[in-house]
Design a protein around this ligand. Sequence first.
Ligand code: OXD
Length: 310
Amino acid sequence: MSIAIYTRNVKQSQSWADILKSNLQNERIEIYPNISDFVNVTFLVCWKPEEGLLGKFPNLKAIQSLGAGVDHILDNHVVPSHIKVSKVVDVNLTHDMWEHSMSIILSDMKNLPLHAKNQKSKIWKPKRYTRIKDVSIGILGLGSIGKYVASQFALMGFKVGGWSRSKKEIQNVDTYSEESGLKTLLSVSDYVINILPLTKETRSIVDLDFLAKMKQGSYFINIGRGPHVVNADLLSSIDTGKLRGAALDVFEKEPLPIESAIWNHPLITITPHIASLTHIDSVFPQVIENYNRLINGELLLNLVDLSKGY
Ligand code: OXD
């Protein structure tokens, strides 16, 4: 049994190797491609594995994603059903997603981006703001992150609704499922936050039809995945005034290509996939726990249902 680490960042791979080695002193832990014996690798710790990587480990038993998403594994690889895939579920990551969305919404409600722009030209121009009690937020995706984000906004006093594939119950949150539920939620939400997992069903879900169902003058926030959104449809919905703007943290291609029209759009705020960043110190215990569970033949933590893709 040995552990292989794969990330696209040498420093990140090394940090993971160091922390795993200091906690699993009797195990062989190696960074791809410097693997002494591919046949021995049973546990792969990875982020965005390159095409064909999984096939190089004939005895692989478990894959540990280094983030909350697993589309980076399932999109480009066929994962045989005997291989377990686990994602990260971390209270800090989850909380960060809420802090990020809250910052965007509060700053937009109080027109801070506009005032910052006006300051550059010494323009003194008061504008009415909105209040929490009058604002509705719609959350798409009610997994561990979406559920937490919805509850936190509800605690702050926002009116909150959430939509998911199967209906969920969350205190102080109106929950919806099915197409009809989505339509209702979109029609009443001043802010729509996408936190869906990326699957065959949710790819390109934010298209013209979806955007047409959104409330007039509402605002779209994407902290899910870039391919959820059809960019041309989003741009045209903003340009026609249907949407007031958007804040995008994730993109189909990252970094966002220089030539993308999104960069220069005055009503779109771009952040470089920083809504939540994995902190090795808070995540490594669950990786170690999962390796120990694998060795002991126990059920792994935070398993992904391969048939659902999340
Ligand atoms: C994640 C991410 O999936 O950072 O954790 O996108």
